[in-house]
Design a protein around this ligand. Structure first.
Ligand SMILES: [Zn+2]
Length: 425
């Protein structure tokens, strides 16, 4: 626990990006923000210790975080298709619910300390004005890169005034901006995020400094990205885990090596310490620091952890200590995200017997669980236009030949109304 937050300012040199882009600038961005908002780091530390002290008592209630993805593009390649965004949300859900197939690659020695976070992600169904939304915004920009002086994140992507787009209410939405942060035409960093700082919401002065959310280099988003980083034989394979890592920061996690040597650590009891980032390799024999993980004793460096810099191909797990930290942050500092959030609408709130399947579909799907009395089924396009209305007095309805897109299905009867989002591929 010693020197937990002994931050070391990293001086960037242009030569450092010539081989591989930086995986994550959360730490550097936090240091930068401290210079403009003194006391910020202390605020983060206090939240972190409070969360650790409180811990989460509950490891099984599913928390759903509404997400808005802001695509800010200067070129057609940067304007990633919806399919990449849907895929990224799927990857988040798989990895945070531990449904990813590669958990089988986890070494036996770590099996007892990892787990399902029971945290899920859903593209927002309603925007801050209460209107139906896809949870995706698209902004054309004249900015060719959102990198600032010295390679620091410039934050312009987070404001209309600087060629980006203002965040949606950060207490109700996880804002993820996807843009280009290249330097001299080469990818420079893959992402950064803001851990929660101080209560109730942060940051003070969010329009003139780092604004709450996650920013991802467009080439590192999703696992089906047609413009995924191509670094030849380099170790970076884009599997959508840059976003998994950055959302971990957003939920309070630190790098497992503690951004320092063996005397620094991440403050999570069950993550093995390491002398440094794993340098993007998948070295299964490294054990660079001696630590004491309860009955397990000293464990090797955990390259399987999402909060390392190991290659995305060897990451597959969060530890239970990390799960407890993220859930504690959601139960406290980010409580409004998961507490009766209108951003994810009425789903499962009243007419939860209504089921729509398959979803996504090819345009043909079934709405099941209607009442015997009259129900009005309305289909809205993603910009809120009414596509069709069907009045039915039977428990099941078949819909066919809907063209590709995102729709909102409203099911209304005398007692209640429920809105569900469906995707037609
Ligand atoms: Zn990071």
């Amino acid at each position: 626990m010693k020197n937990l937050f002994s931050f070391t300012l990293i001086i960037l040199s242009l030569s450092s990006f010539s081989q591989q882009p930086h995986r994550c600038y959360t730490h550097e961005a936090m240091l930068e923000f401290e210079t403009s908002h003194p006391g910020y780091l202390q605020g983060v530390d206090e939240v972190f210790y409070r969360a650790k002290q409180n811990g989460s008592q509950d490891r099984s209630t599913v928390y759903t975080i509404p997400v808005v993805v802001h695509i800010v593009y200067n070129t057609p390649e940067e304007n990633l298709p919806d399919s990449v965004i849907f895929n990224q949300i799927e990857i988040l859900n798989e990895d945070y619910r531990r449904l990813n197939e590669d958990t089988t690659n986890l070494r036996d020695t770590f099996q007892t300390i990892v787990g399902d976070s029971f945290i899920e992600f859903q593209l927002a169904m309603f925007d801050p004005n209460g209107n139906p939304t896809t949870g995706i915004t698209r902004t054309s920009t004249t900015q060719t890169s959102f990198l600032g002086v010295g390679g620091m994140p410039a934050e312009g992507v987070k404001s209309d005034a600087n060629g980006g787009i203002d965040p949606w209410d950060q207490s109700r939405y996880l804002n993820i901006w996807v843009c280009d942060m290249s330097l001299f035409g080469s990818p420079f960093l893959l992402g950064y995020a803001t851990p929660p700082a101080d209560l109730p919401h942060w940051p003070a002065g969010s329009t003139d400094g780092m604004s709450d959310g996650v920013v991802i280099q467009y080439e590192a988003f999703g696992s089906n990205n047609p413009n995924a980083l191509d670094l030849g034989a380099g170790p970076i394979t884009v599997l959508g885990r840059t976003t998994v890592h950055e959302v971990g920061h957003y939920l309070g996690l630190r790098h497992i090596w503690g951004d320092g040597d063996c005397t620094a650590e991440d403050g999570i009891d069950d993550t093995p310490n390491a002398v440094d980032q794993s340098n993007q390799d998948c070295n299964l024999t490294a054990n660079t620091c001696t630590d004491n993980i309860g009955v397990l004793g000293d464990l090797p460096d955990m390259v399987e952890n999402y909060m390392d810099y190991s290659a995305e191909t060897c990451q597959n797990s969060f530890t239970l200590g990390q799960v407890d930290m993220m859930r504690a942050i959601l139960e406290n500092e980010r409580f409004d995200l998961i507490n009766g959030n209108p951003a994810i609408g009425f789903e499962e709130s009243n007419l939860s017997q209504v089921k729509i399947y398959p979803n996504p579909s090819n345009g043909n799907f079934v709405i099941e669980g209607l009442t015997e009395e009259v129900s009005v089924v309305s289909i809205y396009s993603n910009n809120g236009n009414l596509v069709n209305t069907i009045t039915a007095a039977k428990p099941q309805l078949e819909i066919s030949n809907l063209s590709a897109g995102i729709y909102f299905i409203s099911v209304q009867n005398d007692e209640s109304v429920e809105v569900k989002k469906i995707v037609v591929l």
